[in-house]
Write a protein of this length. Structure first.
Length: 313
């Protein structure tokens, strides 16, 4: 099953070869699949079912698409004849979607997200190879759980981050390293553990998008005040992720505003804006720490935990 959601992989430019001034999310998943030469030989007898689930530039990814995507993917995974699911997605928020899906989907079959850094109209687009690599991964017997593949590198949702705005190999799993590589239609596993079969939350209990609790991210920086936090509390935010400096540190006024927000019932999670490592909590952690999660993934984790979902069966 291949689900299209948009992104640069489905992007088109008026000027062939222009990799910058293009519009993402233009071409259907049927067109993208049709542009892959030799696809049927690659599938080794498997058949592809294609569905266009959304058509968005992933900077605009939202809970409405996530709910549809999670429900549709769960439905597909439950079909005995479905080997796995490939999702085409924009690179900008693919790490958030992957982390969200990992939190709610069973991991006994593979769910592979893929993308492209160049539009389909580029002189040498990277989308077709990335899509082929995603299909290779789904057809590999050991593959299971949610993964992201781009430029031949396979990443786990917890660790993957987009680290470059332009180059083809735009993702890194930081100190954890990749899960695997796809090389000439072969998967070479790095030896890391694949995810546990059971997710945290029951996908069937996800509320409709309008009922998702609002959770925002605030950044500590030179000159940071509590003004953003105060405005968020006034707007009715339910959770705030603080992307602190270094070991999750916060300016005095930002920290004071966050404590006040907590006193009024807002849940706060402390993270670090550093690319690598994780916040080491002090012995008495008065602002809870999202261990090992980047601010954007901590936001997803906090939002899911605020929904009061039952754990996965
Ligand atoms: C997007 O994230 O949808 C646009 C950028 C990209 O896919 O590289």
């Amino acid at each position: 099953m291949v689900l299209g959601t948009g992104g640069t992989i489905a992007g088109r430019s008026a000027l062939r070869g222009d990799n910058i001034h293009y519009t993402a999310a233009q071409l259907g998943i049927d067109v993208l699949a049709a542009e892959i030469p030799g696809l049927s030989e690659h599938l080794q007898g498997h058949t592809l079912e294609l569905a266009q689930l959304a058509q968005v530039d992933s900077k605009d990814m939202d809970s409405a698409v996530w709910v549809r995507l999670a429900r549709r993917t769960a439905q597909a995974l439950a079909q005995p004849d479905v080997r796995g699911v490939v999702i085409t997605h924009g690179t900008d928020t693919i790490e958030e979607t992957a982390f969200f899906l990992q939190s709610v989907l069973p991991a006994d079959k593979p769910v592979v997200l893929t993308c492209a850094m160049r539009p389909a109209t580029a002189l040498s687009p990277d989308g077709p190879q990335n899509l082929l690599d995603a299909l290779t991964l789904v057809m590999t017997p050991q593959a299971r759980g949610v993964m992201v593949v781009c430029a031949g590198v396979v990443h786990a949702p917890t660790h993957v981050q987009k680290i470059h705005p332009y180059r083809l190999d735009a993702f890194s799993s930081g100190e954890a390293g990749p899960l695997a590589w796809v090389e000439a239609a072969q998967v070479r596993w790095a030896g890391a553990d694949l995810p546990a079969a059971k997710p945290l939350w029951d996908v069937n209990a996800l509320p409709d998008p309008g009922a998702w609790p609002p959770v925002e991210i605030v950044l500590n920086h030179a000159g940071a005040t509590g003004a953003v936090v105060n405005a968020l509390v006034q707007s009715g935010v339910r959770g705030i992720v603080a992307a602190g400096t270094g070991n999750g540190t916060l300016s005095q006024s930002l920290e004071a505003a966050l404590r006040q927000a907590m006193a009024s019932g807002v849940q706060v999670l402390r993270t670090s804006r550093c690319m690598l490592g994780q916040v080491i909590a002090p012995p008495v952690a008065d602002i809870p720490v999202a261990k090992g999660l980047s601010p954007v993934k901590a936001r997803v984790a906090l939002q899911l935990s605020l929904m009061g979902l039952p754990p996965a069966p």
